[in-house]
Design a protein. Structure first.
Ligand SMILES: Nc1nc2c(ncn2[C@@H]2O[C@H](COP(=O)(O)OP(=O)(O)O)[C@@H](O)[C@H]2O)c(=O)[nH]1
Ligand code: SF4
Lengths: 382, 600
C-alpha cells in the first residue's frame, strides 16, 4: 500500500496552480497536523497492509516547522507498518529550506526529495509567480545533497505562454547539469479559475502553442535519453533504479491511502476523497472517535465496478511507456485476457499507430505517448 | 339589419405608431369591451407578436356604434398583418374593407411600409381616413406630418384628424369620420353567396375557422359551403361574429364580417383570398385576386439534438395548423442528419418561425443558409425550379440560372444616403430613383436580388441608419445571373449543408470565409484534414486543419483518478456527437458555428 499525506499550505500561490492549497493559514498548521494524525490513527486500524511508499505532498510540506513534520512522520511509523525499504518522499520548494531543515528531514527518514524547480528562466519563474528565482534551485539542490539526499527529483514545466524552444532546452540543460536522479516534465495545463488562464483568455499572455509543446517534449525526450535517463512514464524520467515507487503504485492502479484535506484513496472497489477546505477537514476530525466509513473526512466517493477498474487499469498503466499493461498481470488480476476484452480497440489503435501490441504486453507507441488521451478514452466503458 | 349601416375598415400604420392603442380605444369607446375586461392590445394576442411589435395574424372585431345621427352602425375593424412578407395577406384584408384609417405618428412621419400599404389601399379604392397620432407628445409636429402626407399622396392636410390614442383625444371624432366618410358595402344581397376569406386560424374543437367578408348574398347556418380555389365542400359547424371573441350567430349578411367554423383539419383547405360560396350554387365566379401561397425563401431546419427530430416534426405540424404559408418536407443531410426543408414567405416570416420553434416549443434548431427559388434552364431547354443548392443539376447540363429580383424601397434620413448606397451596391442592387419626402428624409428605390436580402440585409440596414430606415419590398421578376454553386469540402468530401448558390463575383470571398471558419471550428484529427471551397471542380480556397500532435494529460497528482477519467469520458461523449464526413470527425457544433455566424 502507498500512503499519501497532503499538506495544503503554501507561502504564496503560483499563477497556474489549482491544487488544494492555501496561503496565510499559518495559525492552522498545528490544528491541521493534529487532525491529520487523528485521521491516520482512525484509519490505520483498518488499513494495516505494509506501506511500501510514503509521500508528503502539497501544497508545500516544507512550509511546516520541522517539529510538525516530526509529529506526522513519527506517528505514521508508529501506527502503520512502514517497510524498512520504503521510499519516503517529500515535496519541497527551492528557497524555502535551510541545510538544518533538510538534515532534520533526512533524519526523520525522508529519503527522497522532489524539488519544484519548474524553470531556469527568471522571466518564466516570474510569470509563474513562483517564490524562488533561478539561483535558489541550485542552492537548494546542493544543500539537499549535503544533507544526505541521494535520490532527488526536479519538476520542470513546459508549454508556457511565450516560452521558446531555446529557453526550454536551456532549462533542461541547467536541470541536468545538477545531475538529479529523476525528472518530471509537466506540460502546462491552463486550469479553470487560475490567474494564468484568465490572463491568456484576456490576451495579456500569449496562448501556448500545443505544437510547440510537442516539439519541446520531443526534444526533451531526446536530450534525456542521451544522458542516460529512461522515460518510464509519459511525464517521468529517471536513472535506472530510481523510478518513483509511490507514483508507480498509482499508475499500476494499486491501492493507496490518502490522508489530509482533499486527499484521494483507493482500494477494493472504492475510491473516495476528503473534503478540501482546511477548516472543514479539521472540523470533521475534531472529536471524531470512531470511524464513519470510509473516513470521517470523506466528502464523496465512487464505487468502481470491475469493468471500470479494468478501464482505469489501462488508462493508468499505459502511461508507463515500457511497462505498459502486461497480458499476464491483467489476466491474473481480472481473470480475463486483454485480447478477449479489448481486442477490437487494440487492433484499431495499433492500426492507427498509437499502440504497440505483441500479445504479451500492451504499450503506447512513440506517437501514442503524445496522444495518450485518444487511446485511454477508448478503454473506458461508455 | 341595413347594409347601409355597415362600415368595414382597416388600420394602416407603421410599427409603434399606435395602431394597437388606437384599436383598444375604439373598442372601449363603442363599449365592445368594458374598461374592466380591457386587456392591453386585444388584437395582438400572440406573446411573440407583442415582443416583436409586429402583428403576425390578421384578426377582426365587430363594434356597434351609435353615431350622432342617432343611427347604430356596425363597424368591422379588420386587422392587417404588420409586416412586409405578408403583403398578399394585407391586400386581402384591405379588399375586405371599404375604408382604411391611416395612422401616422406625429413625431415620426410616414414610413416605407405604411406608404406601400397606403398605395395598396388606394389601388383598391378604399376611402382613407388619415389620423395623426400622439399629438399629446411635446415633440409632436402634426402640421408638418400632415403636410408631408399631403405632398406624398395628395390627402388634404385639412382632413387629417389629430388624435391621442393614449389619452383618447379625438377618438369620438374619428368614429364619426368613419361613419361619415367610409362608404357602406355595395354588394348584391340577392346574388348567390360570395364571401372573401381574408384570414383563418385553427381551433382544436371547430377545426379551421375562416375569417370572411360577405361580398354578395348571405349565409345561413346549416348550409353546406364550397371553396372555389381548393374545391373543398363542407357543412360548417358554426358561423358568427368577432366580439372580439367568437360569438355564434344565425346568418352572415351582405357586407358583414364574421367567421365560419369549417371543421376542416388542415389549414391548407382554407386559403386566404379564396372565395366561399354555397355548395348548391352553380356558375359562381371567384372574387378577383386570389393567389396560391408562394414561398420565397427556403432553409433546412435541423434539431441540434438528433433525438429532437420528432419534436421538431410535431412543432412544425402545430405551427402549420395556424400558418398556411409555412410549408415543409423532410430532408436528410449527411452533415446534419434528419430535418426539414421549409419554405417561407420571406425573411421575416422565416425568422418568426425559427423563433417560435425555439421559444414556444423549446427546440434548439439549426437553420442552413437560406436560399431563394432559382429557375434553372438546362441545355435541353427544360426549366426546373430549385430551392436548395443540393437540387442543382450537374454543372455541365446547365444553360443558365435565374433568380428572383425584388423592387425595394427604403425610407431613410438623408444623412444616411451614402452608407445605404454603399451597402446596397455591395449586394448587387441596381439604383432606381431617389425622392425627397421632406427636407430630411428620402425614399430610395432599387432593384435587388432576393438572395442578397435574405441574410442580414435588414439588420444591416437598421444598424447603418441607426434604426431610422424603413424597408419595403416586392417581387419584381426573375432575371438571369452569373450564378454558381459553391461547395465546401472536408477531406475532399463535400459537406452538403454548407453548399450555397452565389454570384460568381462573390464566390471567392464567400468560399474563403467558409473555409476559414470551418478550419477554426473543426478540431484537429489524427491526420491532416484539407478544407476546400470549390466551384465545380475548381478549388478557389483551401486551408488545412493540421494533424493533432499532442493530447495527453500531464499529470495525475495525488491519485485523483476520478477527475482524470471524467475528463476522458467527457471527451469520449463529445465524440459520440460527432458527425462523420468521410473519416473526419466533425462536431455538430462546427457546422453550427459556421452556419450561425452571420455575414459580417
Ligand atoms: N404619447 C403617446 N403614446 C402613444 C400614443 N399611442 C400609442 N402610444 C404609445 O406608442 C407605443 C406603440 O403603440 P402601439 O399601439 O403598441 O403601436 P403599434 O405597434 O402600432 O400597435 C406604445 O408605447 C404606446 O403606449 C399616443 O397617442 N400618445
Ligand atoms: S508551490 Fe506548488 S502547490 Fe504551492 S501554489 Fe505553487 S504550484 Fe501550487
Amino acid at each position: 500500500m502507498a500512503l499519501y499525506l497532503h499538506i495544503p499550505f503554501c507561502q504564496a500561490r503560483c499563477s497556474y496552480c489549482d491544487f488544494n492549497t492555501y496561503v496565510g493559514l499559518d495559525h492552522l498548521y498545528q490544528p491541521y497536523v493534529s487532525a491529520l494524525i487523528q485521521e491516520g490513527r482512525l484509519l490505520a486500524q483498518q488499513y494495516s497492509q505494509p506501506v511500501g511508499s510514503l509521500f508528503l505532498g502539497g501544497g508545500t510540506p516544507t512550509v511546516l516547522p520541522i517539529e510538525l513534520l516530526r509529529q506526522v512522520l513519527t506517528t505514521c511509523f508508529e501506527i502503520f507498518v512502514v517497510e524498512d525499504s520504503a521510499e519516503i518522499t517529500s515535496e519541497a520548494n527551492p528557497g524555502t529550506v535551510s541545510l538544518d531543515y533538510l538534515q532534520a528531514l533526512r533524519g526523520l527518514g525522508v529519503n527522497r526529495l522532489s524539488l519544484g524547480a519548474q524553470s531556469f528562466d527568471e522571466g518564466e519563474l516570474a510569470m509563474l509567480e513562483r517564490i524562488h528565482d533561478v539561483q535558489h534551485v541550485g542552492l537548494t539542490f546542493e544543500r539537499a545533497r549535503a544533507a544526505g539526499f541521494d535520490n532527488l527529483n526536479l519538476d520542470l514545466i513546459y508549454g508556457l505562454p511565450g516560452q521558446t524552444l531555446t529557453s526550454w532546452v536551456h532549462t533542461l540543460e541547467c536541470a541536468l547539469g545538477l545531475a538529479p536522479e529523476h525528472v518530471s516534465l509537466y506540460c502546462l495545463t491552463l486550469e479553470e479559475g487560475t490567474p494564468m488562464r484568465d490572463r491568456v483568455l484576456a490576451g495579456r499572455l500569449p496562448a501556448p502553442d500545443p505544437d510547440l509543446a510537442a516539439d519541446m517534449y520531443e526534444s526533451a525526450a531526446e536530450c534525456l535519453a542521451s544522458k542516460g535517463y529512461r522515460q518510464y512514464e509519459i511525464s517521468n524520467w529517471s536513472l535506472p533504479g530510481y523510478e518513483c515507487a509511490h507514483n508507480l503504485t498509482y499508475w499500476r492502479n494499486r491501492p493507496y491511502l490518502g490522508l489530509g484535506a482533499g486527499a484521494h484513496s483507493w482500494g477494493v472497489g472504492l475510491r473516495w476523497w476528503n473534503v478540501r477546505p482546511v477548516m472543514a477537514y479539521i472540523h470533521r476530525l475534531m472529536g471524531a472517535r470512531q470511524t464513519p466509513w470510509p473516513s470521517p473526512a470523506a466528502e464523496d466517493g465512487e464505487r468502481i465496478s470491475r469493468l471500470l477498474e479494468m478501464g482505469e487499469t489501462l488508462m493508468l498503466g499505459l502511461r508507463l511507456v515500457y511497462e505498459g499493461v502486461a497480458e499476464a498481470d491483467f489476466h491474473q488480476r481480472f481473470g480475463v485476457s486483454l485480447e478477449e476484452t479489448y481486442g477490437d480497440v487494440i487492433h484499431e489503435l495499433t492500426g492507427a499507430g498509437l499502440l504497440a501490441w505483441d500479445q504479451t504486453r500492451l504499450c503506447l507507441s512513440e506517437r501514442g505517448r503524445l496522444l495518450g488521451n485518444q487511446v485511454f478514452a477508448k478503454f473506458l466503458p461508455s | 339589419m341595413d347594409q347601409s349601416t355597415i362600415r368595414n375598415f382597416s388600420i394602416i400604420a407603421h410599427i409603434d405608431h399606435g395602431k394597437s392603442t388606437l384599436a383598444d380605444r375604439l373598442l372601449q369607446a363603442t363599449g365592445t369591451i368594458s374598461e374592466r375586461d380591457m386587456q392591453e392590445q386585444v388584437l395582438d394576442d400572440m406573446e411573440l407578436e407583442r415582443e416583436k411589435g409586429v402583428t403576425i395574424k390578421a384578426s377582426a372585431v365587430l363594434m356597434h356604434y351609435q353615431a350622432r345621427d342617432g343611427i347604430t352602425y356596425q363597424l368591422n375593424l379588420i386587422d392587417t398583418p404588420g409586416h412586409v412578407d405578408f403583403t398578399y395577406e394585407v391586400s386581402r384584408a384591405l379588399i375586405a374593407c371599404e375604408g382604411a384609417i391611416l395612422v401616422v405618428d406625429a413625431t415620426q412621419g410616414i414610413e416605407a411600409q405604411t406608404l406601400a400599404n397606403l398605395y395598396l389601399a388606394l389601388e383598391h379604392d378604399l376611402e382613407i381616413v388619415p389620423v395623426v397620432n400622439k399629438i399629446d407628445l411635446p415633440s409632436a409636429r402634426p402640421a408638418e406630418v400632415a403636410q408631408e402626407i399631403e405632398d406624398l399622396v395628395g390627402i388634404d392636410a385639412a382632413d387629417m384628424l389629430p388624435v391621442s390614442a393614449k389619452e383618447g383625444t379625438g377618438v369620438e371624432a374619428l368614429l364619426e369620420a368613419i361613419v361619415a366618410r367610409v362608404p357602406p358595402p355595395s354588394g348584391d344581397p340577392r346574388a348567390p353567396l360570395r364571401a372573401l376569406i381574408f384570414d383563418s386560424h385553427y381551433d382544436a374543437y371547430k377545426g379551421v375557422v375562416a375569417y370572411v367578408r360577405v361580398v354578395d348574398g348571405a349565409l345561413d347556418t346549416g348550409k353546406a359551403i364550397r371553396l372555389l380555389a381548393t374545391e373543398r365542400q363542407v357543412e360548417p359547424l358554426e358561423l358568427g361574429f368577432f366580439r372580439p371573441q367568437m360569438v355564434p350567430g344565425e346568418r352572415l349578411l351582405t357586407g358583414q364580417v364574421g367567421y365560419i367554423a369549417t371543421g376542416f383539419k388542415t389549414i391548407r383547405n382554407v386559403q386566404v383570398g379564396d372565395t366561399l360560396t354555397l355548395a348548391e350554387a352553380v356558375g359562381v365566379s371567384p372574387l378577383p385576386g386570389y393567389q396560391p401561397i408562394k414561398p420565397m425563401v427556403f432553409a433546412g431546419l435541423y434539431p441540434t439534438e438528433g433525438e429532437d427530430y420528432t419534436l421538431l416534426k410535431d412543432a412544425l405540424e402545430k405551427l402549420q395548423l395556424n400558418d398556411a404559408s409555412l410549408i415543409y418536407e423532410p430532408e436528410t443531410s449527411q452533415a446534419l442528419g434528419f430535418g426539414f426543408r421549409a419554405g417561407f414567405l420571406g425573411l421575416f416570416h422565416m425568422e418568426i418561425i425559427q423563433e417560435r420553434l425555439e421559444r414556444e416549443y423549446g427546440l434548439e434548431i439549426l437553420a442552413t443558409a437560406p436560399s431563394v427559388a432559382y429557375q434553372v434552364t438546362t441545355r435541353d431547354n427544360r426549366v426546373v425550379t430549385i430551392d436548395s443548392p443540393a437540387q442543382l443539376p450537374d454543372e455541365a447540363t446547365i444553360e443558365s440560372i435565374s433568380e428572383p429580383w425584388m423592387r425595394i424601397s427604403i425610407f431613410t434620413p438623408a444623412t444616411y444616403i451614402g452608407p445605404v448606397m454603399e451597402m446596397t451596391t455591395k449586394r448587387r442592387a441596381e439604383f432606381g430613383q431617389m425622392e425627397y419626402l421632406d427636407e430630411q428624409r428620402v425614399r430610395l428605390e432599387y432593384l435587388m436580388p432576393l438572395s442578397e436580402m435574405i441574410v442580414d440585409f435588414y439588420d444591416q440596414l437598421k444598424s447603418t441608419t441607426r434604426g431610422y430606415a424603413s424597408l419595403d419590398y416586392h417581387f419584381d421578376g426573375y432575371r438571369q445571373g452569373d450564378l454558381v454553386k459553391l461547395d465546401v469540402l472536408v477531406n475532399n468530401q463535400p459537406v452538403d449543408a454548407l453548399s450555397i448558390i452565389v454570384h460568381r463575383d462573390q464566390a471567392y470571398y464567400r468560399g474563403q470565409r467558409l473555409v476559414t471558419r470551418l478550419k477554426e471550428a473543426i478540431p484537429r484529427q489524427l491526420f491532416t484534414v484539407p478544407i476546400q471551397a470549390a466551384v465545380g471542380k475548381r478549388v478557389i480556397s483551401r486551408a488545412n486543419v493540421k494533424a493533432l500532435r499532442k493530447d495527453v494529460l500531464a499529470k495525475c497528482y495525488g491519485g485523483d483518478v476520478t477527475r482524470k477519467r471524467k475528463l476522458l469520458e467527457k471527451q469520449k461523449k463529445g465524440k459520440r456527437r460527432m458527425k462523420m464526413v468521410g473519416s473526419v470527425e466533425v462536431p455538430q457544433e462546427a457546422f453550427m458555428t459556421v452556419l450561425k455566424l452571420g455575414e459580417d
